[in-house]
Design a protein around this ligand. Sequence first.
Ligand code: SAH
Length: 176
Amino acid sequence: MDGQDNKERVRAAMAAVDRAAFVPEEWRWAAGEDRPLPIGYGQTVSQPYTVARMLELLGSGGRVLEVGTGSGWQTAILARLFDKVYSVEIIPQLAREAKFRLQKLKLKNVKIKVGDGKKGWKRYAPYDGIIVAADADEVPPALVSQLAEGGRMVIPVRGEMLKIEKHGRFVFVPLV
Ligand code: SAH
């Protein structure tokens, strides 16, 4: 996919989603600022700059797995970039609130479940894109196995943003 095209696509998708609708009342005034904002339960809605960069790396089209639904803001943007969005959130209250917000926006191509996103969501695998919204200690093997051939995963690992692409199966001796 053409990098410039995708940048424009991401910009348009982000512009179409009102971030203020995803933050608590008392933080609405700051929704337009380029910084993370509290959404309760010790979590934050991601910073717009970070989301833009990650989505540019992720590409678009097909099925995407999101790990860390949070407020559902990034989920709503993904719904405009991918045909189907599957999102896993570990905090049940956040998953419930995000579901409610996305229903209000009448986004029909999104499914959210409560669970540990490190395990992915096997039922709908493989995914053309996987995006992880929280910093990982290592790349979870289940996510690698649920990535489609030609798929891309964007994941922060110990503070560094990684983009992983899958290029099919090859046979090797074990690395000792
Ligand atoms: N992108 C979201 C916010 C991300 S904050 C937004 O725009 O609102 C990161 C989210 O990841 C938090 O909601 C946190 O609860 C969730 N999370 C952390 N570890 C997780 C795990 N193992 N599985 C699923 N969700 C997880």
